[in-house]
Design a protein around this ligand. Structure first.
Ligand SMILES: Cc1ncc(C[n+]2csc(CCOP(=O)(O)OP(=O)(O)O)c2C)c(N)n1
Ligand SMILES: [Mg+2]
Length: 618
C-alpha cells in the first residue's frame, strides 16, 4: 500500500517530541531534516528516537521495506503486540482508559478484531480479566500509568497466585518526559518513572518496557513466559514508543517439549506405581484446566477407570457427572468417607493439585509423598523421584491406555441432597444450598465468592459440562462479581451464575452494570446475612463491630446501575426463593436476587472452620 503524503504527515504529526530514552542503547545521530509537522514538532527532534539504520525523510516512520517501488507501512509497537495477542485468541481487552494509555486504547479500538471492555475501575478490570482467563485460557488488561496500574495490582497478584496468564498493558509517559524527570501527573513528584514497573515485579512472571527495538523479541519472550508459567506478564509502553514503528522481527518461541527419555522413564514409573497399588485414586488439580488439558485428563481417567476426588480450588476440573467421581476431599473437615478412601489408597495420583490451606481442610489432609505421584506442568514426581522436562500433556496422552482398567471400590459422590424447609420457613442453610444445587444445569458456569457461600456451594454436585470457579488461594473478596462478568463475556452462550456475599459484593457491585451493557444475562445471588459472617466465625468475638457493614437494598442496585428489564427480587422465605429460581429458569433477562438469611446461617464447611479454630492457622 502506498500511503498518501497527507497520511505520512499526520503520522509524523502524531509522534510526540522526543529525546533518547534511558533504556535505548542506540546512538543518537544528528540529521538535518527540517520538516515541521502540523503540531509544530520538528522532525529533527523526532528523529532523535529513530533506531539505527532507519532512513530519514517522509518515509522514516512509515516503512522498513520498499519493494519494487511499493511502500509498505510497518506495524507500530502497540499494533504488533495486539496482533500477537490476537493470534493467541485474545479478542477482548479489559481496562480503564487514561492519557498515558491512549496509544494502547486507540490501537485496541482501531483493531477491527478486538474489543475494548471498559470497566468501572481497574481493580474490577483485573478481576474481570481473571474471570475471562479462567474460561478462555488467557486475557488482556490495559491500565494507565501509576494510578491505574496500582489499582489493578491486587487483581493481577490474584491471577499470579491462581495461575492465570494475563497480559497487562500499561501506558507510560513519553521517553523524553522520563529523561527530563518532569514533574508530571501520576508520578510521586520525584522524577522517578520506573517505580511502578518495579512494584509489578513480584506479581508477574516477566516484564518489559517496550521500545521499537526490543518489541519483537520482548513480545515473544513475554508470551512464552506467560504460557510456560501460566502467570501474568507486564508490558509498559511509553507513549512515543507505542506508536513508533517496530524495528526488526522475531519468531514465536517454540513450546516446551518433553525430553523423550525422561518422558519414557516417568511413564514407566507411574504405570508401575499404579499397577503395584491395590487401590489407587486420582486427585486432579486446577492446573489441568489452566493449561487446557481437561480432555486429556478426562481420557486418562475414563480409560483407567480410576476413581477421582477433587479438592476445593480444583472443583469441577473434571466432569463431576462421571461415574468414577468420588466427591470433594477436604481433609478431616468434611466428607469423612471420602477422606478415609483417599488416604486409605495405596497410591494417590495428583495431576497439578496444590496443597494450600483451603485445599487441604486447613492442612488436615494427609497425602504421603512416598505413596503419591504428582504430574505437574513441566515435571513429574513419583514418590521422591522427580522427572524434569516432562510436559503434563505428553504425560497424560502417554498414560492413556497404558494403565489397565481398574475396578476400585470407592464412595459415590452424594451432593447436598434435598432442600429441607417449608414454603413459609425462613431461608436456612439446609434449604438454601441444596436448592441452589438443584437449579444447576448442564454447562453452567458458577462463580462463587470467598466467604460462607462458596464454602456451601463447593460441596454441590455439578452437572455435566458445568464448571465452578473460586479464588481459593488469593481470596480477595469482591473478586467474584467482576470475575463472573469476565467469564460471561468469554462464554456468552453459557449460563453464568454468580453467588456472592453481601460484604464482598459491596466492594465491586458497580460492575454488574457491565453485564447489561454487553448484553449478557447472568443469574446473580447476593447472600445478605448482615455482614462478614465468615469473619464472625473466625475472630475472637463474633459481634465485633468491624464485621458489620452498611445496610444496602441490594435488589434495587440493578435499576440504578442501568440494568433495564432485569428480574429482581428480595427473598426471605424458602417458598419465595423457590419461586424466583423457577422464574429465573425461564426468563430471558439478567436476574438479581437478594437472599436474606439469619446472620449466623453458616454453611457446613464454614461452621467446621469455626469449630476447629484452634488448629486453623497452624
Ligand atoms: C480484599 C479483601 N479484604 C478483606 C478480606 C478479609 N475477608 C475475608 S472474608 C470477608 C468477609 C466476607 O463477607 P461476605 O461477603 O458478606 O460473606 P459471608 O461470609 O458473610 O457469607 C472478609 C472481610 C479479604 N479476604 N479480601
Ligand atoms: Mg455476609
Amino acid at each position: 500500500m502506498k500511503p498518501a503524503p497527507s497520511l505520512v504527515l499526520s503520522l509524523l504529526a502524531s509522534r510526540p517530541k522526543s529525546a533518547k530514552p534511558l533504556w535505548d542503547n542506540s546512538s543518537t545521530r544528528s540529521h538535518n531534516a527540517t520538516f515541521t509537522s502540523r503540531r509544530g514538532l520538528s522532525l529533527q527532534e523526532d528523529v532523535a528516537l529513530l533506531p539505527k539504520g532507519v532512513t530519514v525523510g517522509l518515509s522514516a516512520y512509515v516503512t522498513q521495506s520498499i519493494h519494487k517501488g511499493e511502500l509498505t507501512m510497518s506495524k507500530t509497537v502497540i499494533e504488533h503486540v495486539l496482533s500477537r495477542l490476537r493470534n493467541l485468541g485474545i479478542k477482548d481487552v479489559f481496562g480503564v482508559a487514561g492519557d498515558f494509555a491512549f496509544p494502547i486504547d486507540d490501537a485496541v479500538i482501531a483493531n477491527k478484531d478486538m474489543r475494548w471492555i471498559g470497566s468501572c475501575n481497574e481493580l474490577n478490570a483485573a478481576y474481570a480479566a481473571d474471570g475471562y482467563a479462567r474460561i478462555h485460557g488467557m486475557a488482556a488488561l490495559c491500565t494507565t500509568y501509576g494510578v491505574g496500574e496500582l489499582s489493578a495490582i491486587n487483581g493481577v497478584a490474584g491471577s499470579f497466585a491462581e495461575q492465570l496468564p494475563i497480559f497487562q498493558l500499561v501506558g507510560m509517559p513519553a521517553s523524553r518526559t522520563q529523561v527530563a524527570r518532569r514533574l508530571i501527573h501520576h508520578t510521586l513528584g520525584n522524577g522517578e518513572f520506573e517505580l511502578f514497573y518495579k512494584m509489578a515485579e513480584p506479581v508477574v512472571c516477566a516484564r518489559a518496557i517496550m521500545t521499537p527495538e526490543n518489541c519483537a523479541a520482548e513480545t515473544e519472550r513475554l508470551i512464552a513466559a506467560a504460557l510456560y508459567h501460566r502467570r501474568p506478564v507486564y508490558m509498559a509502553f511509553p507513549t512515543d514508543h507505542a506508536t513508533a514503528p517496530i524495528v526488526g522481527s522475531a519468531q514465536p518461541l517454540a513450546d516446551p517439549k518433553s525430553d523423550p527419555h525422561a518422558l519414557e522413564a516417568a511413564v514407566k514409573a507411574v504405570v508401575a506405581a499404579i499397577e503395584d497399588a491395590n487401590t489407587a485414586c486420582v486427585v486432579p488439580g486446577m492446573l489441568v484446566s489452566r493449561i487446557g488439558l481437561n480432555a486429556e485428563a478426562t481420557h486418562f481417567v475414563k480409560s483407567s477407570n480410576l476413581p477421582f476426588a477433587t479438592m476445593f480450588a480444583d472443583k469441577g476440573v473434571l466432569d463431576e457427572s462421571l461415574p468414577n467421581y468420588v466427591g470433594m476431599y477436604d481433609g478431616k473437615l468434611m466428607n469423612e468417607e471420602i477422606r478415609a478412601f483417599v488416604e486409605g489408597c495405596d497410591l494417590v495420583l495428583g495431576i497439578g493439585a496444590v496443597l494450600t490451606d483451603f485445599n487441604t481442610g486447613s492442612f488436615t489432609a494427609r497425602i504421603d509423598r512416598s505413596t503419591s505421584v504428582n504430574i505437574s506442568h513441566h515435571s513429574v514426581r513419583v514418590g521422591e523421584a522427580v522427572y524434569s522436562n516432562v510436559e503434563m500433556k505428553d504425560m497424560l496422552v502417554a498414560l492413556t491406555g497404558k494403565v489397565s482398567q481398574r475396578n476400585v471400590k470407592a464412595p459415590k459422590a452424594r451432593g447436598l441432597g434435598k432442600p429441607v424447609g417449608a414454603p413459609r420457613d425462613k431461608i436456612t442453610v439446609q434449604y438454601l444450598y441444596p436448592r441452589w444445587e438443584a437449579m444447576l444445569r448442564e454447562g453452567d458456569i458458577v462463580v462463587a465468592e470467598t466467604g460462607t457461600s462458596s464454602m456451601g456451594m463447593g460441596f454441590a454436585n455439578m452437572p455435566k459440562g458445568s464448571t465452578f470457579h473460586n479464588q481459593t488461594l488469593w481470596g480477595s473478596i469482591g473478586w467474584a462479581t467482576p470475575a463472573s462478568f469476565g467469564a460471561a463475556l468469554a462464554a456468552p452462550d453459557r449460563r453464568v451464575i454468580l453467588i456472592t456475599g453481601d460484604g464482598s459484593h459491596q466492594m465491586t457491585a458497580q460492575e454488574i452494570s457491565q453485564f447489561h451493557r454487553f448484553g449478557l444475562k447472568p443469574i446473580i445471588f447476593v447472600l445478605n446475612n448482615d455482614g462478614y459472617l465468615i469473619e464472625r466465625l473466625l475472630c475472637k468475638d463474633p459481634e465485633s463491630y468491624y464485621n458489620d457493614i452498611a445496610k444496602w437494598d441490594y435488589h434495587k442496585l440493578p435499576e440504578v446501575l442501568g440494568c433495564d428489564g432485569w428480574l429482581t427480587a428480595c427473598v426471605t422465605t424458602c417458598g419465595e426463593l423457590d419461586a424466583i429460581i423457577k422464574k429465573a429458569d425461564s426468563c430471558d433477562s439478567g436476574v438479581y436476587v437478594e437472599v436474606i438469611t439469619d446472620r449466623y446461617a453458616a454453611s457446613a464447611l464454614s461452621q467446621k472452620l469455626h469449630d476447629s479454630i484452634d488448629t486453623l492457622y497452624i
